[in-house]
Write a new protein. Sequence first.
Length: 117
Amino acid sequence: MVGRAKSIPAKRQKDRAERDMLFERAVKAYRVEQDKPPVDRKGLRLVCKMISEEYHAEKRRWVHLDHNTLAARLKGRQSLAETRESQSWLNEEETNRVIEYALEVAARGFPLMGTRR
């Protein structure tokens, strides 16, 4: 909503999504570097620094990428968002259905739970 500050969890979620997107870029960049001759290759630290600098040039915002996290991603480690998504009870379609139902009931003015007397 305009004129209101975002909550701390909303800010963290946005930052996490931004960092995950940059790590995906870094994984691709590192794999391209591995196709080059050994003399011209960049290591994990340089790839992270290069991606951070590119992002700063685009968005004017610094995001630190850790080379150890990049190494783990290259070995197949999932991001936090992917891990939590796999542990969810509902898939995305079911979640959307529940939200639509709750909004529909709220628009009618019915409470979700029965009234207590």
